[in-house]
Design a protein around this ligand. Structure first.
Ligand code: SF4
Length: 270
């Protein structure tokens, strides 16, 4: 029902048929789910994941709805409680269910926080604008313009806009709230303003002003309050297991992020 409401009538049936055909042909198949306030309860239920496993799904990603694009609606965003519940379920399923799952926002501790701004990735849109993340629709550089000036991608990666984003990532002390867009909204506003980054999509400014900005400030505060105690437990080793020591993974990321930034910053200054 939820899939058909979002993607059009009959979509769920078509997906299920395609899954069967893929399985018969021996092709691995996965899922990509956008978690909203409305479907959060269903897509985090054991029945839901068991049904996907029953349909021979081997891997998948959970995204959460981000209020960007045409007509963004903060009411679609899962609440901070729902987002936290998603983490609890996915992390539990990882050691109890035969399926590989990525949880984009809640996996911050595993990957050392936000990867945008050239820390691990960035995005170039069809017009050549070099955006810090596919969801951050602001840019100061364009690949075609750089090319004309005899410059390249490296110049965008070490631009003041991107360097500032990476510098700020170092100050994040709760990777369960990693996102530069929805978890650190005040910073996105500041960095866009400081570097005079221009919107790359119509309506991109709605995320940094007015009602949406106000909502995100409140959302970010609530999420931090809920998740910080868990993140502190992770840092203390309370989530370590005989298979993997999350506290060490986090410590390594912390040191590596700092070192990489320092090296890149030295390169800029020289
Ligand atoms: S800005 Fe948000 S969506 Fe983009 S990489 Fe960072 S955490 Fe992920």
């Amino acid at each position: 029902k939820e899939t058909d409401e979002r993607r059009g009538k009959g979509t769920w049936e078509k997906i299920c048929r395609a899954r069967e055909n893929l399985y018969k042909a021996g092709v691995l198949q996965g899922f990509s789910i956008t978690v909203t306030r409305e479907n959060a309860e269903i897509v985090t239920s054991d029945e839901f994941i068991d049904d996907l496993i029953e349909r021979n799904v081997s891997f998948g990603w959970y995204f959460i709805y981000i209020p960007i694009g045409k007509n963004p609606k903060v009411d679609f965003m899962p609440t901070p409680e729902q987002r936290n519940h998603l983490r609890e379920k996915v992390w539990k399923w990882r050691s109890t269910k035969p399926i590989f799952i990525g949880d984009f926002w809640n996996d911050g501790p595993w990957v050392g926080g936000c990867i945008a701004g050239g820390r691990k990735y960035f995005h170039i849109n069809a017009l050549g604008d070099i955006e810090p993340c596919v969801f951050i629709h602001f840019a100061t550089d364009n690949i075609f313009d750089l090319w004309k000036k005899g410059k390249g991608l490296r110049d965008a990666i070490v631009s003041p806009f991107f360097m500032d984003i990476r510098k700020h990532q170092l100050t994040n002390d709760n990777w369960l709230t990693p996102c530069t867009i929805i978890d650190k909204p005040e910073f996105l506003r500041e960095v866009v303003k400081t570097h005079n980054a221009h919107p790359t999509h119509k309506g991109a400014e709605t995320i940094i002003q007015g009602e949406i900005a106000d909502y995100l400030d409140k959302y970010a505060r609530e999420l931090d309050k809920i998740t910080r105690p868990e993140f502190e437990k992770m840092a203390k080793g309370e989530y370590d297991s005989s298979v993997v020591q999350l506290s060490k993974v986090m410590k390594n990321h912390r040191e590596k992020n700092k070192k990489e930034y320092e090296i890149q910053n030295r390169g800029v200054e020289e």
